[in-house]
Ligand binder design. Sequence first.
Ligand code: ADP
Length: 474
Amino acid sequence: MKNKGNIRKLIKTIFKIVFFPVYFFIALIRFTSEKIGFSIRLKLSLIYVRKLLNAMLWAGIIVILAFGILKVYNTIAYNYKSVSNLLPQEGRDYSKIENYSRDNRVHVLIYDSYKNVVFATEPALADYGYKETLSFINAGSGFYLTINETIFKSGRDIILVIYSDIQNEIDQTIELSKIILYVFAIVTFFSVITIAGAGKGVFYPIREMTETVRDISESNLNLRLNVSGSKNELKELSITFNEMMNRIEEDYNRQKQFVSDASHELRTPIAVVQGYVDMLNRWGKNDSEVLQESIDAIKNESENMKDLVDKLLFLARNDKGSLVFQKEEFSLTEMLVETVKETQIIDTKHKINCSINEEISLYADRNRIKQAVRIFIDNAIKYTPTGGEINIGLCHDESHIKIIIKDTGIGMTKEELEHIFDRFYRSDKSRTREKGGHGLGLAIARVIILGHNGKIKVRSRAGEGSEFTILLGY
Ligand code: ADP
């Protein structure tokens, strides 16, 4: 066991000596890659170079071993064949073997069956004693490998031991090792350059990405990464990054638009209040009519402003994620009937019908659901001419509770329908008619209903009225 370990160690040491430059190079790469924080590109290049060197090393070792073993095998096989052919058929005339031995760096020892030397081309070798097949001998004058065979000749057994000098084969193998080593050095040099160069192309998109991302700022949120070229992991990353930037840009623009719309909405009531304050300052102190008109107008506008600010705060809280619904079990039927009654008291210009016949309870934020229903009813009132009809209904199917608010008002076109849930959206008709809304009602109703995992369906046609259906899960 111990012997085997030693032989392995010896072989390893021999490899290390023969392939010293390659081992040195591998150790150098390992040391530098561990000690220095390389870029991914360099690290990858080093990994590939290391793998290549390892592969080359093993290929080299296999070629050299195969070459050496084959050479030695051929030599000893040829010698055995030649010497056994030269053995005399009769008697003990070994002169032919002596001649062959002189010309071919071969020594022959012949033993009788009692292992006494009968013949020796080099008597000194007999000192090494009787040898088994494939014994390795360093006889001072060179390295020998022995072959041992018992042959029946001239009516008796003789033991033929052939010592083949393999110094030449060892020299040739060392020569081949040197050539392979030079080839390694050249291949390694060019492969390092090629692999490092190839890495450049692969990592170019990363550098481009870094530069683009560095340039992206508030003023040019529209910059995007280049996603042309073949599809790979980096392209996927770029596409995902661009999609994220699209969302960020959209959100940013929406926020900007929101702030600008909100300021715009607040400017009008503030200007009105300022106008009346100026008027009061000039003439209102003594003129009771001007005084009353101003007070009414300021009261009206400040209520308007409060309503707007409340709506803005609601939406801002939703955007911030701090909107909380206080959910409880309550009677939806009772809440809707109450809302319809309140509406009938406030609005006497329309025919407000109620078709609520069944008791339905709901687990939700009562006040918020009522706020949403009020928005739809207020809109129905606002956008239905005097004398028109408004129907408020409640029903359910297997999966949903449905609250329906239907009017016979001005209705909406297909284009208008696409935008009615956008913040500050008001159709041209509703702007000119001075209905007094801010275009935030439906945006708020949508937040409330979606916040209860519900849905809103709208059916409307210009001039024919509208029907809003709130769908809520049980
Ligand atoms: P507003 O405060 O202007 O009513 P909303 O967000 O509640 O804002 O509504 C947005 C727009 O949708 C309105 O300006 C109007 O054009 C349209 N709209 C909403 N409800 C109705 C309805 N019942 N009939 C016709 N148009 C409606």
